[in-house]
Write a protein that binds this ligand. Structure first.
Ligand code: ADP
Ligand code: MG
Length: 483
């Protein structure tokens, strides 16, 4: 992906203003500080002639800094030669692709700039004085305006970058399931086996990760595809309503039951029944469901005659059913019946590499216009990739629909169309092992101290360490000095 200023109106304007008002030059470099020869400011040129590697390093360091802080706005930096660089990042979906920068001024006092030049180019004090005199000193107000211009130029470069969604060598028959992150590949490989069997499947995953999509894929790619696929969410109704929805009722079973009403299990006969949020099913209904799974029969509400059905069951839950079994909130026998084949669907934050492809997929899916759907810009994608997506793929889908509405008939979805919620929340930076260990150690210590109302001797016994070691760890972890 080539970074370029070519043909960008905002860049031409920013460059022109920077030259005319302050005598500054606008430059563009890649994230390694390379390709920065667009700068032709006299002072920088003379520094660069001798210390090109140092100049490149200054810019590369800036790129690293932007990558760490995820800051988009231009920053002001004093370079190794005592000159000022005002720089903004060019962000792509993979991170910082480059840096746009204005150079040729000094913001610090002339003396410091002179010293910098003497040190770096080894110029005589007189030469340094001349060079510094040839560069403007920009006030804080000026810096604000310069930063705006640099930001505008960086944004223009970002927008001009085409988004490239890498083609995938991973092909599978489940076209409706978009993505090829490693975690998704595992799921799809498992699906290929699952569809051939008739076994009960448990789909586990956070809300919005695609559990229902996977259940549908199992049904429509399997031998029951031509038979019904029926969905019921077990947390949607109260117990009585759910029971009669699932199993039906006979006439007179309760007030209002004026005729026999078949339940969804009968509707699903021969096909697949997707029981969503099975963890929310009451104990009484769990018993009835167990019977369907064991014997293939159930009794409608108020009825006496058992009804026989042939239904494949796919159950889903965002809760950890094994954990619920341990806490007696879910029947153990039903759990083993349901958990024959388990598919764990990863949250979107564990398949970040799929975000561009998914975003693109939803643009096409929800585009209603007569023309081509709008293009997704790098700046929009950079924001989408940086977000944590607690609502997973459903949230991403909603975001893309919202952006399409905002875009109207624009040909491009830009970063500014991304909602503030998504653009504002950046995924927490990955933790190092050392940080992760420190955090869980601190958690354990705080919990033990809590149990002992801050009394350290007791906490130390709980933790299986000496009191002295506990004091030392508390000090190291910044947990204060205890009693
Ligand atoms: N891998 C995927 N590819 C394309 N669309 C997906 C994918 N995963 C989920 N979706 C879409 O995201 C939305 C939410 O998925 P859904 O299956 O309802 O999630 P869940 O049942 O886990 O809450 C649906 O519109 C679904 O089509
Ligand atoms: Mg769902």
């Amino acid at each position: 992906m080539a970074l370029t200023f070519d043909g960008l109106a905002e860049v031409a304007m920013a460059r022109d203003l920077l030259r005319r008002w302050w005598g500054l030059e606008l430059g563009l470099t890649d994230a390694k500080g390379g390709g920065y020869d667009r700068t032709s400011h006299a002072t920088c040129e003379s520094v660069r002639g001798l210390h090109g590697a140092a100049c490149a390093k200054e810019l590369a360091d800036l790129a690293v800094q932007f990558g760490k802080t995820k800051e988009r706005a231009a920053v002001v930096k004093t370079c190794h030669a005592g000159m000022t660089i005002i720089a903004a990042p060019v962000l792509g979906i993979t991170g910082v692709l480059g840096v746009v920068f204005a150079t040729g001024a000094h913001a610090t006092d002339p003396g410091a700039a002179e010293q910098g030049l003497i040190k770096t180019i080894g110029s005589t004090p007189d030469e340094a004085k001349t060079l510094v005199a040839a560069t403007p000193m920009v006030s804080v107000d000026d810096q604000l305006r310069i930063r705006d211009l640099v930001n505008a130029a960086a944004a223009a470069v970002e927008r001009a970058l085409p988004i490239e969604i890498p083609t995938t060598a991973f092909s599978h028959p489940f076209n409706e399931i978009v993505g090829d992150a490693p975690a998704v590949r595992d799921v799809v490989k498992l699906l290929a086996k699952v569809v051939k069997s008739e076994a009960t499947v448990l789909v586990h995953g956070e809300s919005g990760t695609g559990k229902e999509l996977i259940a549908r894929a199992i049904h429509y790619h399997g031998p029951r595809a031509k038979k019904p696929f029926v969905v019921q969410n077990c947390s949607a109704f109260n117990d009585n309503l759910l029971e009669s929805a699932l199993f039906g009722h006979v006439r007179g079973a309760f007030t209002g039951a004026v005729k026999d009403q078949p339940g969804l299990f009968q509707v699903a006969d021969g096909g697949t029944f997707f029981l969503d949020e099975i963890g929310d099913m009451s104990a009484a209904l769990q018993v009835k469901l167990l019977r369907v799974l064991q014997e293939g029969v159930f009794t409608p509400v108020g009825g006496t005659k058992p009804v026989r059905v042939d239904v494949r069951i796919i159950a889903a839950s965002h809760k950890d059913l094994a954990h619920m079994v341990q806490h007696k909130q879910f029947r153990e026998d039903l759990f083993y019946r349901v958990n024959v084949l388990k598919i764990t669907v990863p949250p979107l934050r564990e398949r970040v590499s799929d975000i561009p492809r998914l975003a693109q997929h939803f643009v096409v899916k929800h585009w209603r216009g007569p023309t081509q759907p709008p293009r997704l810009s790098q700046s929009a994608l950079a924001r989408l990739v940086a977000y944590g997506w607690p609502g997973n793929i459903r949230e991403l889908e909603n975001e893309m629909e919202r952006m399409l509405v905002l875009a109207g008939d624009a040909t491009e979805l830009t970063g500014s169309m991304v909602s503030t919620r998504v653009a504002g929340m950046v995924a927490p930076p990955p933790k190092t092992l050392r940080d992760a260990i420190a955090i869980s150690e601190a958690d354990a210590i705080v919990a033990a101290l809590g149990r002992h109302l801050g009394e350290r001797d007791g906490a130390a016994v709980d933790l299986g360490i000496s009191r002295a070691y506990l004091d030392a760890r508390c000090a190291a972890l910044g947990l204060g000095t205890g009693g």
